[in-house]
Design a protein around this ligand. Structure first.
Ligand SMILES: [Zn+2]
Length: 486
């Protein structure tokens, strides 16, 4: 959970006006659905929502780097007339995405995984390519960024799963999913644009391998934009290599930059993985140092923390607990907003106090529509608690099918009643891991170099992926590698 949440921040779906225009990249006439003004308006409208949801990564040096490279590339792109904005957002997920009108975002997670400026530039070109070729303007579908809604996969009850999805939807942002042809074209543009500003575009191909390895490592992780619509990363790897070679030959074999050391110096100190200040689980307790509260996780329950909410699900997948901040200026306002947003019909409600915090406890039913028959069916029963902590309001929702509700209700209650102020200094001041760049004094293989720099064996494979290398690969004395540490 982030400190500041944007609840109900769905981007309004824009009206579709069709017309005919020339595609800036292909030069061909095509029917377009959204005018350039509308694209710019979409970007301008979504930018505050994106930055509020994820937060900007607070490092001027890195923000300046992405802006400088981005503006340089935008100037040589097919749509240099747009006002581009480039931002690094504070998310550990590995992703980059573009919003129409020229807004391009990279996560700190993807910044940590690049191993040189050329890889970064290739992906930058790919994202700018989506904007310049107007892919987003052609295809508008809702897709989720990052880890949102992953618990859905482990919820056995379809009604509870549907509720979980719905609880997210008020907070979803509009993201665009592109087709395979669009991705292919963006790869081509990525090669072209990054080569034009002087980078070796074949490095982008190597980055696909980092993504593929990362994906294999964790099946739960969301699939980054670059891989999502490409069933065959190998094919894409080869194509990008070929395109990069072709560009070089056609342009008199210029010397192109990779800039490995410069890039590693830039990201030395970058936060790596989850940032504990946005919440973490330890020994059966969820701690949120920024918001200064703690909440127990029932034994054996799975949990997931996203910028929007903290979710817990029982191992059988029939009970779900969702904690999020609630809109409104009072307990009553928050309760009303939540019940309205989720179409809940309260059957009982009472004022209470939880460890000194004023609260409202309520039971409510949600009527759902059967997706097959379209008929109204008994959906889920919810035990809700709205909790007031100064200006911050929380809602904790325990969700189960009506038949299962009596089984879970006592557990929902005991979790809610254990919500309390976090005062443990150790938890309040917990620090994230950061990228630490080390200069090797001896020639050795990567595994030996990692060991020499204090990396335990169980994290060697993770560090190999982070460095874009194999553990048995030789590394020269004087070269830089990434490790992580506090
Ligand atoms: Zn893409």
């Amino acid at each position: 959970m982030k400190t500041r949440l944007l609840i109900g921040g769905t981007l309004a779906c824009f009206g579709l006006a069709s017309g005919c225009a020339t595609n800036p990249v292909t030069g061909k006439k095509e029917v377009i659905l959204v005018s350039e003004d509308q694209e710019v308006a979409m970007g301008a409208q979504s930018d505050p929502a994106v930055t509020a949801q994820f937060g900007l990564y607070p490092d001027q040096k890195i923000q300046k780097f992405i802006d400088e490279k981005g503006q340089k590339m935008a100037a040589i792109s097919h749509r240099s007339n747009l006002k581009y904005q480039f931002r690094v957002v504070d998310s550990p997920v590995i992703n980059a995405f573009a919003v129409p009108g020229g807004y391009v975002y990279f996560t700190r997670g993807i910044m940590a995984h690049f191993n040189n400026e050329a890889q970064f530039a290739g992906v930058l070109g790919h994202e700018i390519g989506h904007v310049t070729a107007r892919h987003s303007a052609r295809q508008q579908t809702k897709a989720l960024l990052g880890q949102v809604g992953l618990m859905g996969a482990m919820i056995a009850s379809p009604r509870v799963a549907e509720f979980g999805e719905q609880a997210m939807q008020g907070m979803q942002l509009l993201f665009l999913k592109f087709g395979r042809d669009d991705e292919r074209q963006s790869d081509e543009l990525g090669v072209q644009y990054s080569s034009k500003i002087g980078y070796d575009a074949s490095q982008m191909a190597d980055f696909f391998q980092t993504l593929a390895r990362e994906q294999q490592k964790s099946t739960a992780e969301a699939i980054p934009d670059f891989l999502s619509t490409h069933p065959n990363p190998e094919d894409r790897y080869n194509t990008v290599h070929q395109l990069a070679d072709q560009w070089k030959q056609a342009n008199g074999n210029p010397t192109l930059a990779v800039n490995r050391d410069q890039y590693l110096r830039l990201i030395d100190g970058l936060v790596y993985g989850e940032d504990p200040k946005q919440g973490f689980v330890e020994n059966g307790m969820f701690y949120h140092p920024d918001l200064k509260f703690q909440l127990p996780v029932p034994a054996g329950w799975k949990h997931q923390n996203t910028p929007q909410q903290f979710q817990m699900a029982d191992p059988g997948g029939k009970g779900l607990l969702i904690l999020m901040t609630a809109p409104g200026a009072s307990l009553d306002e928050a309760a009303q907003a939540i019940t309205k947003q989720l179409s809940l019909q309260p059957t009982e409600s009472r004022r209470t106090t939880i460890n000194g915090f004023p609260a409202i406890a309520f039971v409510a039913d949600q009527v759902q529509q059967d997706q097959q028959t379209g008929q109204q069916v008994a959906g889920v029963r919810v035990l809700g608690h709205v909790i007031e902590d100064g200006k911050t309001l929380y809602v904790l929702l325990g969700v189960a099918a009506p038949a299962d509700f009596p089984t879970y209700a006592p557990q929902f209650t005991s979790v809610a009643e254990a919500f309390q102020r976090l005062t443990d200094r150790d938890k309040l001041t917990r620090q994230p891991e950061r990228i630490r760049v080390k200069k090797l004094t001896l020639r050795s293989n990567l595994a030996q170099a990692l060991t020499a720099n204090g990396v335990p064996a169980k994290r060697h494979e993770e560090m190999a992926i982070l460095n874009g290398m194999q553990l048995n690969e030789q590394v020269n004395a004087g070269s830089l590698i990434k490790v992580v540490g506090k």
